[in-house]
Design a protein around this ligand. Sequence first.
Ligand SMILES: *[C@@H]1O[C@H](CO)[C@@H](O)[C@H](O)[C@H]1NC(C)=O
Ligand SMILES: *[C@@H]1O[C@H](CO)[C@@H](O)[C@H](O)[C@H]1NC(C)=O
Ligand SMILES: *[C@@H]1O[C@H](CO)[C@@H](O)[C@H](O)[C@H]1NC(C)=O
Length: 245
Amino acid sequence: MLLSLLLLLLLVSGSQATHFLGTMMTYYPEETRADGSVSVILHYKLNFVLCSHSDTWVCSGNCGTQTQTLALSVVEEVSGEWCQREGVITRLLPNNNGFQTKLDNGNWINNIQNGIANWRAVTDVEVRNRSDIGKPNTSPQTTILPALRIPSNCAKNIDLLAFDPDGDEVRCRYGNTSDSECNPCSPPSVLSVSSNCSLSFSPTYSNSELPYAVQLVIEDFPTQDINLIQTDGSQEINHLFSQRS
Ligand SMILES: *[C@@H]1O[C@H](CO)[C@@H](O)[C@H](O)[C@H]1NC(C)=O
Ligand SMILES: *[C@@H]1O[C@H](CO)[C@@H](O)[C@H](O)[C@H]1NC(C)=O
Ligand SMILES: *[C@@H]1O[C@H](CO)[C@@H](O)[C@H](O)[C@H]1NC(C)=O
């Protein structure tokens, strides 16, 4: 139903040059006002090599007005290697039509093995009133650290610990290039993702120390059919299509 895209970097090990190291965004509805306007809060993290690197989310659709509720703040810094910051944006929308917000630029750090140079992260924000919970959707949440370093000669499972505050089923998958979810999406050959958000790493038996970019989409699916109700009263039924695994 609603998507939130997570980019994370898996470092099989090794050193890096410059300069993007992943991002992640989640959102939740704040308030629906009597006049039908809706406020929604977007939390994001940005990881770069240096804290002086930056990029901004661009909105399309029913964007309303934006307030930077929390200015980009450093969460963690390893001088010259790693700077994680977080920020919070509030958008006040004139009605409850949705919007999309995107981080779309370049470049990731050098020597990424699965051919990723440009970064792109996309969040589709659905704020129509859900018939089952009587309020708009909240995106899936996850506690993943956006960079992991693991030995290249050992198999490993990494559980992303994603959950959904609305009680929806959460599923993970790789981004889809034809849906413009990344640029390009080309998943790492050494890693497979299960819909239950478990990443399985296959040993490479290579001595090289190499980074891979891992571009994932985390989606929430209601466990029953629900109606999505627009401010003007029109409705759309949202089904659960895919099978469970
Ligand atoms: C959302 O829907 C519920 C019931 O379906 C209703 O009680 C509630 O007032 C609606 N909220 C808004 C903001 O329209
Ligand atoms: C990617 O998106 C296209 C267009 O929506 C769709 O036809 C295709 O099945 C998707 N591929 C995967 C692997 O989900
Ligand atoms: C997730 O799915 C994989 C592959 O289907 C399975 O091996 C693993 O045990 C599952 N993990 C959990 C926590 O259910």
